[in-house]
Design a protein around this ligand. Sequence first.
Ligand code: ZDP
Length: 278
Amino acid sequence: MAIAFTKYHGLGNDFILIDNRHQSEPILTPQQAVEMCDRHFGIGADGVIFVLPGLGDTDYTMRIFNSDGSEPEMCGNGIRCFAKFIAQLEQENSKEVYHIHTLAGTITPKLRLDGQVTVDMGVPRLLAPEIPTTLNEGSGQVVDVPLEVGGQTWGVTCVSMGNPHCVTFVEDVSVIPLEKIGPEFEHCSVFPQRTNTEFVQIIRADYVKMRVWERGAGVTLACGTGACATVVAGVLTGKCDRVVTVELPGGPLQIEWSISDQRVYMTGSAQRVFTGIF
Ligand code: ZDP
């Protein structure tokens, strides 16, 4: 079967976008997505994203397969790429704001004149069962709680942006052995749905550096939901302002955890790279 696709990236977190508007189930199986994501035997990507018909009063539905074939609830860099892709598909009928149905609820990206995309990522979920984690006996917020991983005790803060995140503040992100420690966090038994894992170095209250090990994708150059979770964790631990630049290996994201509506707003780039037939 020949499958038309467009490749996008958000700060080097790269995705294969599929126009799946004609049917409500993805045209690919998770296994086919794994093959397409392979960087040596396929197109190469951190995930495959499908543009499906909307549900209820939403414009479209977004579904994602990670490069290991698992399906996350949400994808922050992916939804910026998604917004650009649908604007490209709709051409002169494109809109400034879209309402997108995801497994994490309705997410609202806004295309800006400068080419960046601002996304209303919704209200973060902070209670242990919502993340989910069994830390703190599975109840209340999980803020700077000790967790032993890889023979070391870390102080972790857990946040759900629809998908699970475990944030650890460290002195120096450059020395963290991500490839080794990341999988141990991802599969730690206190995270029944596994977890995305962020290591964060505070430069200033409004500027932090973050490296990520993604659930189902491994080391990536950026993670939008992870940057949002980082700022929420920074505010909860008293380390960050409400408006923060998060520097990722692939570039910066602007994050605001709004005090007025408690929603998280993420602004960053999304770039089309090429189109093709698989
Ligand atoms: O939660 C997960 O399983 C993630 N791998 C989903 C992808 C998150 C992403 N990197 C982001 O930007 O939020 C795309």
